[in-house]
Design a protein around this ligand. Structure first.
Ligand SMILES: [Zn+2]
Ligand SMILES: [Zn+2]
Ligand SMILES: [Zn+2]
Ligand SMILES: [Zn+2]
Ligand SMILES: [Zn+2]
Length: 533
């Protein structure tokens, strides 16, 4: 909006007026079609209408508007009356100096700053009013008992009553206290949340550390198993455990009269035919790049059984040498070759725990569940891998202990849902879940897990815990225990999808095995145990 025309002496040049507000241009902007308007007039128009306010043709956007600096400077040189002329200011200043004058103008409006007054006066009068005239100005403290500040108005009218003043004062303090309480509660809630998340992060990091330790342990176990098997391979007698013997038929051709390998062994003497000595003929050395070294050739430790159909399994050393010397090309050799059994490298069963942990989609709860499995007694770890002698979680730090202390006070009604899929190989396998109602709360008709058989599918999976509530089984809302039992023992199902609920961060609140039997009555259908019990 422009400046009012009556604030200028005499007539204002029409070229300095805005075509929208018809006042003197304030911060003029020009359109590409050459029209000039105040910035405050033209911008809202263009944004809304997308055209020039002078009804020129064509679209117009705010970006196409430009400042007209010479025009602006011309306008700033005009003389203008102070905006507070009506309040008594007689100053006329250059438009350029107007903001500076308004900052200091004695006739600008100003509000009394005494609480309870609120009068608006001229700036030049406000100090005197507050000092000498204002009824709300303080005049010292009450001497009649209450000691509260007195205002001039109260003193003059004799309207002060200590009891009333104290009540009002008390009310104000109460209100302030209430507000502070509210703020404190809010802050405590925020801090609690933050603490919860930090503790969770800490526990997750701790568990990550344990997982890493377990992974190293697994690797270590693998390597030592492999070392063991390799050293057994080296030390074991022919046909020893841990190896399998394959029968191979190879074809050799002499190269410059040589087959390119040496043999050892053979029965000590040809007369001894009783079979008590079973020492055979073995390849002891293979000449590099000789005929026997080629692909599909011999390997050191191969046992020679036949050469061109001649049985050497019970031959003497000399008989075997002779057989090779006299054999006609192509020389067909049948050998027994020992190879290590692959299963020797399978790491021990504890690796299963580690595999679960190395899944990429580990949830926090999942990790928490894993901590509940105590790791199997580990072999002594390489000291470079783990500084502690024993990598068990509970020796570093037990997150359950820590969280337990803090979260006892947390809202136990917050439920966390988890979907757990269990799979059984055949219908005889047991899930190992025992279900029941709770007896400490008659109104709660939920179905709870009271026990998990330690050797069952559910225990190996590890996600379901004692005390969890079953909400759904394979998408069916569980209404009562009988129905849950029927669904869980159904012979047709191999896959079980259980939707379970537990108080959030319940890890710390989990009943122990003993606690569970107190809280949860064992009117129990022993699923998975009913045949084995
Ligand atoms: Zn205007
Ligand atoms: Zn225009
Ligand atoms: Zn003024
Ligand atoms: Zn006042
Ligand atoms: Zn008083």
């Amino acid at each position: 909006m422009g400046f009012e025309l009556d604030r200028f002496e005499g007539d204002v040049d029409p070229d300095l007026k805005c075509a929208l507000c018809h006042k003197v241009l304030e911060d003029p902007l020009t359109t590409p079609c050459g029209h000039v308007f105040c910035a405050g007039c033209v911008l809202p128009w263009v944004v809304q209408e997308g055209s020039c306010p002078a009804r020129c043709r064509g679209r117009l956007s705010a970006k196409e508007l430009n400042h007209v600096l010479p025009l602006k400077r011309l306008i700033l040189k005009l003389d203008i009356k102070c905006a507070h002329a009506a309040r008594g200011c007689g100053r006329v200043v250059k438009l350029q100096q107007l903001p500076e004058h308004l900052e200091r103008c004695d006739f600008a409006p100003a509000r009394c700053r005494h609480a309870g007054c609120g009068q608006v006066l001229l700036r030049r009068d406000v100090e005197a009013h507050m000092r000498d005239a204002c009824d709300a100005r303080p005049v010292g403290r009450c001497q009649e008992g209450c000691g509260l500040p007195l205002t001039h108005g109260e003193q003059r009218a004799g309207g002060h009553c200590c009891a009333r003043a104290l009540r009002a004062h008390n009310g104000a303090l109460q209100a302030r206290l209430g507000a502070l309480h509210k703020a404190l509660k809010k802050e405590a809630l925020r801090a609690g949340k933050r603490e919860k998340s930090l503790v969770a992060q800490l526990a997750a990091a701790q568990l990550e550390l344990q997982m890493t330790a377990l992974r190293y342990q697994k690797k270590f176990t693998e390597y030592s198993a492999r070392l063991d098997s390799l050293s057994r391979c080296v030390a074991a007698p022919p046909g020893g455990k841990g190896e399998e013997t394959k029968s191979l038929t190879l074809v050799l051709h002499r190269d410059c009269g040589s087959l390119g390998f040496n043999i050892i062994g053979g029965r000590p003497c040809a007369d001894n035919q009783d079979g008590s000595s079973s020492e055979g003929i073995f390849v002891s050395k293979i000449v590099d790049s000789g005929p026997a070294a080629k692909d599909g050739g011999l390997q050191i430790h191969d046992r020679i059984i036949e050469v061109n159909g001649k049985d050497l399994s019970r031959a003497t050393h000399d008989q075997a040498v002779e057989a090779f010397k006299t054999a006609k090309e192509p020389i067909v050799v049948q050998v027994l070759r020992r190879t290590p059994r692959t299963k020797m490298f399978t790491p021990p069963a504890e690796s299963q725990t580690v595999d679960t942990a190395t899944q990429t989609d580990i949830t926090f709860e999942h990790i928490m569940a894993l901590t509940k499995m105590s790791p199997p007694t580990p072999p002594v770890l390489d000291p470079y891998l783990l500084p502690e002698e024993h990598p068990s979680a509970h020796e570093y730090y037990d997150p359950n202990d820590y969280i337990g202390g803090i979260h006892q006070e947390m809202d136990r009604e917050e439920l966390e849902l988890e979907e757990v899929d269990l799979y059984r190989m055949n219908s005889q396998d047991k899930l190992g879940l025992t279900v029941c109602y709770r007896t400490d709360d008659e109104d709660d008709i939920g179905i709870y897990i009271s026990e998990i058989d330690p050797n069952s599918i559910a225990a190996k999976d590890g996600r379901i815990r004692e005390g969890d509530r079953i909400i759904q089984i394979n998408g069916i809302e569980v209404q009562n225990r009988e129905e849950a039992v029927a669904l869980l023992t159904s012979e047709e199902n191999k896959n079980f999808s259980l939707l379970i609920a537990r108080p959030e961060l319940q890890v710390s609140l989990l009943p122990t095995r003993e606690g569970a039997s107190v809280v949860l009555k064992a009117i129990v259908e022993s699923l998975g145990l009913q045949n084995t019990a």
